[in-house]
Ligand binder design. Structure first.
Ligand code: GDP
Ligand code: MG
Length: 367
């Protein structure tokens, strides 16, 4: 267990390095400034100096197990991500979907970009997450987080399966997320939807009508053809999954986008996975924490709360978290601050460790 070096530990705690060495010596530990302290020693010496520090391993930290009884679980909307090769029409399709799926009174009211949107069809909701950075997705998956319930794989009918198509399929398989295929650009003269079907079989994506388990819809994002079919197909796929969550609990979920807004300060768009998030709640998101000052939905409307599968902007955080970070509501503001502080400390230690290693490697590479 490599914690901080003695020097870094002293620096982070704002104490004299010699004092740390002395205390270590009294415990029978002879360490120099550049040697690493174990996590136990870090906690012990900090405690000895009247400071409470607990080094939390990522595994321990994320091992929050939620217990929901069957009766607590209520149906929730599906969360969908659109993926596919560049230029196959992901952005166009999301645009078309947003225009098809908005309820009339709200039509045209979408101006904001928060990395997610909610559409309604036949009185049912679907949450769409804009294709996030690959790293954010990978980070979430590493924590065992299932952020998306269905992947819509966009394949241009005039281009067929391309490298990023395969990448998306692999991603879906690794995350065990069902794929609905949107064969796009069927309005184009060179469109050949059957060739797309044929090519995809090679990667295990097989249409239901051919005995496989993938639903296919032929669409044109540009001409807005069959977009409602696609939405209904997504709902059919969601029905099979019987998606449920407990809305009556402290909220938790993941950061899907975050930035520093000039006027509003740190803003994080989170996806609620469990519970209900309310203004006034204390949250930790990655290394950031704070009391929720306001919640803003994808249409830019301030809302009082957000429920499972809702994407919502949080205002009031201390700093900008990273896409892929877990967020969680805390009953006690001090606990929230402590966790955020611990994570910050660990991040700085990791960064310093990386730097130390780098310079060592540098040194060797020069010899
Ligand atoms: P992305 O890179 O996957 O987000 O693809 P875009 O949505 O940016 O689309 C790439 C190009 O394909 C743009 O010029 C779109 O206008 C065009 N495009 C997207 N969907 C369709 C479609 O259904 N039919 C036609 N003819 N062009 C489309
Ligand atoms: Mg795009």
């Amino acid at each position: 267990p490599q914690g901080a070096t003695v020097a870094k530990f002293a620096e982070l705690l704002g104490v004299a390095p010699n004092d740390v060495i002395k205390r270590l010596f009294m415990l029978g530990q002879v360490l120099t400034l550049t040697q690493s302290m174990s996590d136990d020693l870090v906690e012990l010496i900090a405690d000895d100096m009247g400071r409470k520090v607990r080094v939390v391993s990522p595994e321990e930290e994320y091992a929050v197990v939620y217990h929901d009884s069957e009766a607590d679980l209520l149906p929730r909307p599906p969360v969908v991500t659109v993926m596919g090769h560049v230029d196959h029409g992901k952005t166009s399709l999301l645009d078309a979907i947003r225009h098809t799926g908005v309820v009339e009174s709200e039509a045209g009211g979408i101006t904001q970009h928060i990395g997610a949107s909610v559409v309604e069809i036949d009185g049912r909701r679907i949450t769409f997450i804009d294709t996030p950075g690959h790293e954010a997705f990978t980070a979430m998956r590493a924590r065992g987080a299932q952020v998306t319930d269905v992947i819509v794989l966009v394949v241009a009918a005039d281009d067929g399966v391309m490298p990023q198509t395969i990448e998306a399929i692999n991603h879906a398989k690794a995350a065990d997320v069902p794929i609905v295929v949107a064969v796009n650009k069927i309005d184009k003269p060179g469109a050949n939807p059957d060739r797309v079907r044929q090519e995809l079989t090679e990667y295990g994506v097989i249409p239901e009508e051919w005995g496989g388990k993938n639903m296919f819809v032929e669409v044109s994002a540009k001409k807005k053809l069959h977009i409602d079919d696609l939405l209904e197909t997504i709902l059919l796929q969601a029905d099979v999954l019987e998606l449920k969550a407990n809305p009556n609990a402290d909220a938790s979920g993941f950061v899907i986008e975050a930035n520093l807004d000039k006027g509003r300060g740190p803003v994080a768009t989170v996806l609620i996975q469990r519970g209900t998030l309310k203004t006034g709640d204390v949250v930790v998101a990655g290394t950031s924490y704070g009391r929720v000052r306001a919640l803003v939905d994808p249409r830019g409307t301030h809302v009082a709360d957000a429920k499972p599968a809702d994407p919502v902007e949080i205002l009031g955080l201390s700093s900008v978290p990273t896409a892929g970070d877990e967020f969680r509501v805390f009953a006690d503001e001090r606990d929230a601050r402590k966790l955020a502080d611990e994570r910050q400390l660990r991040e700085r230690l990791a960064a310093q460790d990386a730097k130390a290693h780098m310079s060592l490697d540098d040194l060797f590479s020069r010899i």
